[in-house]
Design a protein around this ligand. Sequence first.
Ligand code: UDP
Length: 333
Amino acid sequence: MPEKTSLSILVAGGAGFVGSHLCERLIADGHRVVCLDNLQTGSRDNLRRLEAHERFRLRIGDIVRPLPTRVSRTRFDRIYNLACAASPPLYQRDPEHTLLTSVLGTDRLLRLAERDGARLLQASTSEVYGDPIAHPQVESDWGNVNCTGPRACYDEGKRAAEALCFDFERLGRAEVRVARIFNTYGPRLSAHDGRVVSNLVSQAIAGEDITVFGDGAQTRSFCFVADLVEGLMRLMEHPVSPRGPVNLGNPEELTIRQLVEVVLELTGSSSKVVHQRLPVDDPRRRRPDITRAIEILGWRPTTSLGDGLRTTIAWFEAQDRPRPRQDETELVA
Ligand code: UDP
């Protein structure tokens, strides 16, 4: 990060799970941050520690539509595009909007970057690999995506957004960075968003049945959100374009059954496991090859699954208790 340089930064999707953690880090580093969010899956609650900060602004708007004037009138040095519902049940609720968020929304933000000479970081996804043929997933893999299935609105939208980013880069229209983000977890995952860590942890704490989709032999690799945010910022601030996407994730792979065991042990829960139907096109395995992130950015995750889950569980447990009033909460920076 440039020392003591205060940059003007737009974080689209900044009220979401990853976005809100990123906004906090950027404010703590002395930058001016405009968070643009339609609050479809993000929430003001995620920004409680920031909303009163003088270098922070929340603007409500949807990147599918023209940007709010107060956003388009601001000049930016950096644009992070994290705007898109990311949990399968939520992004499948309005698939047309999901696809347009990635395509129209990314185009709009790239044009803003072009106008301002700003650098844009696109939050892409391990979903571009689909149900992967090669394992672990390397950036050079082209992916195995069903372009007509229920996940296509997200996967193909993100793939098209990558194509747009690299066209803008090839044509010299904007500086871009593309992060392919693998499964991420941590505090502020919504208990209702349907992803596996939030489902398992909230079910275990409440003593409800643990839902395992299919036989639970499918694998994922889970990265703690603070590690991911560090990787995103390093990628954005890397002075030279990596010329292509960079995987960001934790290469420690486990089956969903193994994840259930760890969550039950750490919560001390005696919830029982119930099996439900495996969603259509659910990838069978997923693990990032992070050689590029290590070599280019000197980045690798440092939080163990046990530590990350303990922090996450503590956060979920605290949600059941009455919240401290706004004036009792600590501000960052
Ligand atoms: N999953 C599960 N139980 C749940 C939610 C998800 O077994 O309550 C499985 C899901 O089928 C997938 C994996 O956990 O194989 C990760 O799902 P998630 O929706 O978190 O993310 P994905 O990696 O599929 O986008």
